[in-house]
Design a protein around this ligand. Structure first.
Ligand SMILES: [Zn+2]
Length: 179
């Protein structure tokens, strides 16, 4: 792969330690704005990520809630071309104080930061497991030639020979006589 510019996943860590010293119920709005490619994991990059999270101090830690808008390059399930898939993620996850697997797999680290990367990775992989097409009415690949029908304009119909021509009614009578 060519080296190209992207934001390091370090930037997906949000400082939230100040909320821990406040009492339960306190909250802050945190705008999330990445208008360029950002790394989420070694093999996962998002083309854009925007939205807002509300961080709320709870008894157990910090609850992150909000809606994020994601743009992610993927392959069309019909024509196999790459396209930018845009979707919304509803986030509602608890980050516990120190790892507490009984409550959540996410936690506030010793620097008081919450890391959005593992959360995004999980959510994006779930979203990507569903079928998606590059555009409404994508015509997919030709069953005959394998060409992308969006580009060639060739017919998606199978050749007539596959089904066989209709039998002439006179031949049906002949067939009955013969049997
Ligand atoms: Zn397509």
């Amino acid at each position: 792969m060519l080296a190209c510019g992207y934001l390091k996943k370090r930037l997906l860590r949000i400082q939230a330690g100040y909320l821990l010293s406040e009492g339960p119920g306190n909250s802050r709005d945190v705008p999330i704005t990445f208008s360029q490619r950002v790394q989420v994991d070694d093999d996962l990059y998002l083309d854009a990520l925007q939205g807002k999270l509300v961080l709320t101090r709870t008894k157990e830690g910090i609850l992150a809630q909000g809606k994020l808008y994601v743009a992610h390059s993927r392959q069309c399930d019909r024509c196999l071309d790459a396209f930018i898939h845009r979707f919304e993620l509803d986030v509602a996850e608890l980050y516990t104080v120190g790892l507490d697997v009984n409550r959540s797999v996410f936690y506030i680290d010793s620097d008081g930061e919450i890391d959005l990367a593992p959360l995004l990775r999980e959510e994006v992989l779930i979203e990507e497991s569903y079928r998606a097409v590059c555009k409404e009415g994508c015509r997919g690949l030709s069953a005959n030639s394998g060409n992308n029908l969006n580009e060639t304009g060739e017919s998606a119909e199978l050749p007539e020979a596959e089904e066989g021509p209709a039998i002439d009614p006179r031949l049906v009578v002949l067939k009955q006589l013969l049997s």
